[in-house]
Design a protein around this ligand. Structure first.
Ligand code: NAP
Length: 309
């Protein structure tokens, strides 16, 4: 029997338990899934970083931690964790992110806010360019960034992507390294941030880098709040250099009620809803990883703890 501890906030248990149990059955796993094992009995932890479990020391027979979130900044530096850590790669979450990113890019591309006419009776058309004449840059070409870049390219946008290591994504101009970043930013009429939060990405979008973007550029951030230097972004919005920022993620969440983003006319705030892990599809990924662990096969989606993602 393989003992699997579900360690997330209590409201998640009812949602996940049926899907995880049915995925374990489909894999032929004889697993006991619970929220209340003695730590020394646990083989795997299905884990959300906001759960009560923060000290892994008592979990003496633990084989791996399977994160429910794509972002691992809340666990990757935990000094008590000495077993493999897998992050969440979930087809449902990837699909959700593609839909959210394409939707918000299209809002800006089509100038929907101006072209959906309000009640003032002003008939003032702003005909948008075709997508082929709009340059979109995606920072981060991982699971989510490459899927979004591909979707945007399929619509016809002129898409550039940027990652740490060189990459190839069909239909996307792929750049890497800090020279590549300057070039990628200079092509960003619309910039999408899909980088993880690591020491190397914190405040990546600072005053100097915002200045490398075209005048009137727009930003869509479903990645992580600390990717952006907030004061630098507010200054760039106030000067008009950046025309609009759509922000789903923030340094402090919920975004404090007195934060200047709320009142800024050129900022759209969304409540960290760009894409959620979907229990139906994510449970299949978790079951496959436990099957691999039991069979002695390599785990999928392992986190590189030295890189932080
Ligand atoms: P991923 O597959 O690990 O991809 C991360 C990408 O970022 C990779 O292309 C990686 O480059 C690149 N990268 C990392 N550090 C870099 C650096 N220092 N310089 C340049 N590129 C760097 O992650 P993912 O699954 O696509 O998820 C990305 C992030 O989205 C998550 O970490 C999370 O913060 C966020 N997210 C947000 C929501 C939401 O609802 N708002 C939902 C899910 C995820 P390499 O390809 O070279 O490794």
């Amino acid at each position: 029997m393989t003992n699997v501890l579900f360690a997330a906030t209590p409201d998640r248990w009812q949602t996940y338990a049926p899907h995880l149990n049915s995925a374990f059955n489909a894999q032929g796993l004889t697993a006991d899934l619970r929220v209340d094992f003695a730590p020394e009995e646990v083989d795997y932890i299905v884990y959300a970083p906001n759960s009560a479990v923060q000290d892994f020391t008592p979990y003496t027979r633990l084989k791996a931690v399977l994160n429910l979130w794509a972002g691992v900044e809340g666990i990757v530096g935990n000094p008590t964790l000495h077993v493999p850590l897998a992050r969440m790669v979930d087809p449902g979450m990837t699909q959700g992110m593609k839909e959210w990113v394409v939707g918000h890019v299209m809002r800006h591309h089509l100038d929907m806010d101006r072209n959906i006419l309000g009640q003032d009776g002003t008939w003032a058309p702003h005909v948008p360019p075709l997508a082929q004449n709009r340059r979109v840059t995606v920072l981060g070409l991982g699971e989510l960034g490459s899927a979004c870049a591909t979707s945007l390219s399929q619509i016809g946008f002129d898409v550039t992507g940027w990652s740490r290591r060189p990459k190839e994504v069909a239909g996307v101009t792929c750049l890497s390294g800090y020279d590549g970043l300057s070039q990628a930013l200079s092509r960003a009429d619309i910039l999408v941030l899909l980088l993880p939060k690591t020491p190397a990405t914190e405040n990546l979008l600072n005053t100097a880098r915002l200045a490398q973007m075209p005048e009137g550029a727009m930003i869509v951030n479903p990645g992580r709040g600390p990717l952006i230097d907030d004061d630098a972004l507010l200054a760039a919005l106030n000067s008009g250099h950046i025309a609009h920022a759509t922000l789903d993620v923030f340094r402090v969440e919920p975004l404090p009620t007195d934060h200047p983003y709320w009142a800024h006319p050129n900022v759209t705030v969304t409540p960290h809803i760009a894409s959620e892990t979907r229990p139906e599809t994510a449970s299949l990924v978790i079951a496959e990883n436990i099957r691999r662990g039991v069979a002695g096969e390599p785990f999928l989606h392992l986190v590189d703890r030295s890189a932080g993602y």
